[in-house]
Design a protein around this ligand. Structure first.
Ligand code: F6R
Length: 243
């Protein structure tokens, strides 16, 4: 596991975008696994800047997002579909047919999960997966539990996740209670993993995830068993880890 410490969130965005850009340059038709939330916003901003400067070409890139809220349609401003369009896709030359996000409006959840898992397999797997980390250690929407989840599945969001994510909604009541998420096994199958974390509020969980026991109570701790993980985190998020 490689840990890169940055001064702040903006430097973190540049470091993480540099790693993603190197992946795209090495394999222009690569498959990127993407995340939403606050953590990747600077990274996406930097990727957009590199594209606008002519340094990056997304025309052969495919993307697969980690998760989507159940019950939110593509037109919903809080959907992860909308987030990705706003924060990255509409600013670069990626083909919309090459971007993939679980269907939050599916009427057949089981089938949608199977479709998503098959889609990742048909793409030949994910070359590089970008991850954030929840305050409770979740990755994707794989919440703390008694066992590690396997493949793409429907998740009941924990009250702490609803609380953390209510900032994007009018109130906590508006946060969907369920989501479709890639499973832990889906994530572990991925070639390379890039986990980003910033701010003092992520310090304790980052220490637990990276240095504590591997346990489904801290889903991100499973990354200790993956052989190609890079962590890019700022000083505040790494303040509880001696490097
Ligand atoms: C988002 C996702 C989540 C977030 C995590 C951290 O697609 O899968 O695991 O990465 O909740 O969220 P932020 O970055 O908002 O702190």
């Amino acid at each position: 596991m490689r840990i890169i410490k940055t001064k702040d969130k903006s430097e973190l965005g540049k470091e993480a975008a540099g790693i993603i850009a190197a992946q795209i340059k090495a394999k222009p038709d690569c498959v990127l696994g993407l995340a939403t939330g606050s953590s990747p916003i600077e990274t996406y901003r930097e990727l957009i800047r590199l594209y606008q400067n002519g340094a990056l070409d997304f025309s052969h890139v495919s993307t697969v997002n980690l998760d989507e809220y159940l019950g939110l349609g593509r037109e919903d401003a809080q959907s992860y579909y909308c987030f990705m369009n706003e924060q990255l896709f509409r600013h670069v030359n990626i083909k919309s047919e090459n971007t993939n996000i679980p269907d939050g409006m599916t009427t057949d959840i089981e089938r949608e999960c199977l479709r998503y898992e098959a889609l990742i397999e048909n793409l030949g797997g994910i070359d590089l997966q970008l991850l954030g980390i929840g305050h409770n250690g979740h990755i994707g929407f794989n919440e703390p539990s008694e066992s590690f989840s396997t493949v793409t599945h429907c998740v009941d969001l924990k009250p702490s996740t609803i609380e953390a994510n209510k900032r994007f909604f009018d109130s906590a009541n508006d946060v969907p209670r369920q989501a479709i998420s890639m499973g832990i096994q889906t994530i572990l199958n991925e070639g390379k993993i890039l986990l980003i974390a910033s701010g003092p509020d992520k310090a304790a969980i980052l220490r637990e995830a990276l240095l504590g026991p591997v346990t489904p109570e801290v889903p991100a701790s499973i990354l200790q068993l993956h052989n190609h993980v890079t962590i890019v985190a700022d000083e505040a998020a790494l303040s509880e880890i001696a490097l």
